[in-house]
Design a protein around this ligand. Structure first.
Ligand code: NHR
Ligand code: GAR
Length: 223
């Protein structure tokens, strides 16, 4: 029997910019690859292009401008209130560019995912593509992980390896990493919505079994 709309897992997506990962997830929901309901897209930036894309897809959008809050604490508490109005089962960071306080990450522990453009634990923080090039790495990639208080430090769910080419620069590398992001983020969200992906302690579990530190690893060279 098809689950009624009311029973589907409810997803809220937080963005700050382009929103291409948000669109990839929303497309997978629309195509019914993911059996869930996207109940809202929230941006901390009024100019985020992703807001227009979400509206064009008929999704509910909210704006919460972090520059109007005196502290991270006040912003995060207001953000929690805005998210809670939407009663989510899963909160997805998709290019959301504000570091979150421990109050926030504890509130959503085990139901908060992020995508980070590196093979975590390598290159936490910003400017990851240039840092991988500067280090003359052979491979780079992208990771979906559960968010904990420690920045980019929560357990990995899935990552995709992207080879670094001799002719690469940060922009080319970023483009190839982006293609992989749009593959692995919908997979992770699907697993979560099916009850297959969860977090216990500092481990990600798939079907109840702890994943390796890398998470499930895909290699774009195999595609
Ligand atoms: N918060 C916690 N506690 N833990 C994580 O793992 C988080 C997080 C908040 C965001 C996404 C993220 C990433 O994948 C993320 C993961 C922004 C910054 C940052 O330095 C760092 C990491 C991430 C996102 N932001 C600046 C700040 O002062 C602002 C930068 C800007 O506005 O452009 O918050 O890497
Ligand atoms: C993505 O590449 C994501 O990995 C990255 O921002 C981009 C957002 O793209 N996230 C971070 O760098 C987090 N620090 P999108 O807005 O098109 O989804």
């Amino acid at each position: 029997m098809q689950a009624s709309e009311a029973e589907k897992p409810r997803i809220v997506i937080l963005i700050s910019g382009t929103g291409s990962n948000m669109v990839a997830i929303a497309d997978a929901v629309k195509e019914e690859t993911i059996d869930a309901e996207i109940v809202g897209i929230i941006s901390n930036r009024p100019t985020a292009e992703g807001l227009n894309k979400a509206q064009a897809m008929g999704l509910h959008t909210d704006l919460i401008d972090h520059t109007l809050y005196a502290s991270r604490d006040e912003f995060d508490h207001a953000l929690i209130r805005m998210i809670e109005d939407l009663k989510p089962d899963l909160v997805v960071l998709a290019g959301f560019m504000r570091i979150l306080t421990a109050d926030f990450t504890r509130y959503y522990e085990g139901r908060l995912l992020n995508i980070h453009p590196s093979l975590l634990p390598k290159y936490q923080g910003l400017n990851t593509h240039q840092r991988a090039l500067d280090a003359s790495d052979d491979i780079h990639g992208v990771t979906v992980h559960f968010v904990t208080e420690e920045l980019d430090g929560g357990p990995n769910a899935i990552q995709a390896i992207v080879p670094i080419l001799d002719v690469d620069n940060a922009q080319l590398l970023q483009q190839r990493v982006h293609e992989q992001e749009h593959i692995i983020y919908p997979i992770a969200v699907k697993w979560f919505c099916e009850g297959r992906l969860s977090m216990k302690g500092n481990n990600a579990l798939l079907d109840g079994n702890p994943l390796p530190d890398s998470g499930v690893q895909l290699d774009s060279r195999d595609q």
